[in-house]
Design a protein around this ligand. Structure first.
Ligand code: CU
Length: 490
């Protein structure tokens, strides 16, 4: 495509010389290599989910980009620490916004506290290694290289220092946008999101500092698939927002290193998609494929209020590995477009419980070593990972779907029944505090100690009867065959 464009431009130039006309600059408008730059400016860089201001009508310029690499510890999920390698201190790295014809002078600094050399390959670059061959930089040093933006589009950049996969897997990627002449059409809200897959020694949710796992990375078996570097980067009070009637544009990239994204917004349809971040626009799209090392620009008008869930529609990744974000739209209902009672909390992260590798059943010794307050503290953490989505933060449950755990007559009447439900699951109609519920609770893959802790937390919270559940009680429950609800009632 690029080659053809250059050949076409060459023919045009030859024609112009032959004819001896077109002395007025305009003839070069189609040849980006001929665009003259005016002045010089320092590029605004932003961390996700934000983007710098649009280029608008500004002329092509000499654009100075100052990017510093930082190796720093962050949080992959609650209680899970991970050492990220970053462009500019965030994952994904700082967003760079340019226009066609810009001559970028790229300054890549490697922070003196870092341990490793790094470089940068920008897919927007026409030149060897996308800049990687000119930018290998040791800690405490800086490298400078220059390139001209020849093709409009949304491009991934990443580190390309060996082991390349490991540098990318640790978060070394970001997006650079090259806007066309005059800029992209204005919209109301613009956001920056990148998906990435992460490989940790421990399984999803395993607490503490988690080192990178090369073997899982080579096998392409991520523990985490997330937006913007961590679980929950775009949920709750970190959700992106818009008002009803606004048009939202998302610059969506995929750093990989391995996993392709089936990007989808639950409850919305993309009015426009710049396929693969290029100039071809598709309309009325439900799910768009974002390749590893690729991107898409999606745009949609939000017509009704609510919480819209951003996912990788390879759906276990969304609910169990972290690839779930939220767009909160405020405004008046429009019943001609959508009506119905709206129950919040239908789409919430479910955590890694079901994908955790089965552990040896606890033997109760560790549990005996914990004091009651310690068990409650540990149990609260497990509750946040495992039970919270259905039973909610204060044990209030979800009306008509999931029964409350707070002041629950069902729980307080019989701890064995509670242990049984956690161990073996619970299906069919039950009555809790006078209300009937008929849904499914799956069995939870937790150790005896974890179950004793989480149930002790529940029993010691929200007005329950302060039962202390021991690991030995849970162990006894394991040998009891799974009961049907009917039996449990009796
Ligand atoms: Cu690197």
């Amino acid at each position: 495509m690029k080659t053809k464009l250059k050949i076409a431009a060459g023919v045009l130039a030859v024609t112009a010389i032959t004819v001896g006309l077109f002395a007025f600059g305009n003839k070069d408008a189609n040849d980006p290599t001929k665009i003259k730059v005016e002045g010089e400016m320092v590029a605004e860089l932003t961390p996700p989910p934000f983007v710098p201001k649009p280029v608008g009508n500004r002329a092509a310029t000499k654009l100075i980009v100052n990017m510093e690499i930082k190796e720093q510890e962050g949080e992959m999920a609650d209680g899970v620490k991970y050492t990220y390698w970053t462009f500019g201190g965030s994952v994904p790295g700082s967003f760079i916004r340019t226009r066609i014809g810009d001559e970028v002078q790229f300054h890549l600094k490697n922070h003196p506290d870092n341990k490793l050399p790094h470089n940068i390959d920008l897919h927007a670059v026409t030149g060897p290694g996308g800049g990687a061959t000119s930018s290998l930089v040791a800690p405490g040093h800086e490298k400078v290289f220059n390139f001209k933006c020849l093709n409009p589009g949304l491009y991934v950049y990443h580190c390309a220092t060996a082991p390349v996969g490991m540098h990318i897997a640790n978060g070394m990627y970001g997006l650079i946008l090259v806007e066309p002449e005059g800029g992209l059409p204005p919209v109301d809200k613009e956001y920056y999101i990148m998906q990435g897959d992460f490989y940790t020694k421990g399984a999803y949710g395993e607490q503490g500092s988690q080192p990178f796992d090369m073997e899982k990375a080579v096998k392409e078996q991520p523990d985490y698939v997330v937006f913007n570097g961590k679980v929950g980067s775009l949920t709750g009070d970190k959700a992106i927002t818009a008002k009803k009637g606004e048009t939202v544009r998302i610059y969506m990239g995929n750093g990989g290193p391995n996993i392709v994204s089936s990007f989808h917004v639950i409850g919305e349809i993309f009015d426009k998609v710049h396929i693969e971040g290029g100039s071809l626009i598709n309309k009325d799209v439900q799910t768009t494929l974002v390749p590893a090392g690729g991107s898409a620009i999606v745009e949609f008008k939000v017509d009704v209020p609510g919480t819209f869930i951003l996912v990788d529609h390879s759906i276990f990744r969304a609910f169990n590995k972290g690839a779930l974000g939220m767009l909160k739209v405020e405004g008046e209902q429009d019943k001609t477009i959508y009506s119905g009672t709206v129950q919040e909390g239908i789409y919430l992260p479910e955590g890694g419980t079901i994908q955790k590798m089965p552990k040896e059943n606890g033997d109760g010794k560790a549990a005996a070593a914990k004091s009651l307050p310690e068990k409650i503290k540990a149990g609260k953490e497990i509750y946040g990972r495992t039970c919270f989505a259905c039973h909610q933060s204060e044990g209030q449950g979800i009306p008509n779907a999931f029964p409350p755990l707070a002041k629950s007559d069902f729980l307080n009447a019989d701890p064995k029944r509670a242990i049984n439900a956690v161990l073996h699951g619970l299906t069919g109609e039950i009555t809790v505090n006078g209300k009937k519920y008929n849904s499914v609770m799956t069995s939870q893959n937790l150790t005896d100690e974890e179950i004793s802790n989480v149930l002790t937390y529940v029993y010691n919270s929200w007005g329950n009867n302060k039962t202390e559940v021991t690991a030995a009680m849970v162990k006894a429950g394991r040998s009891t065959p799974a009961k049907k609800t009917k039996d449990i009632h009796e």
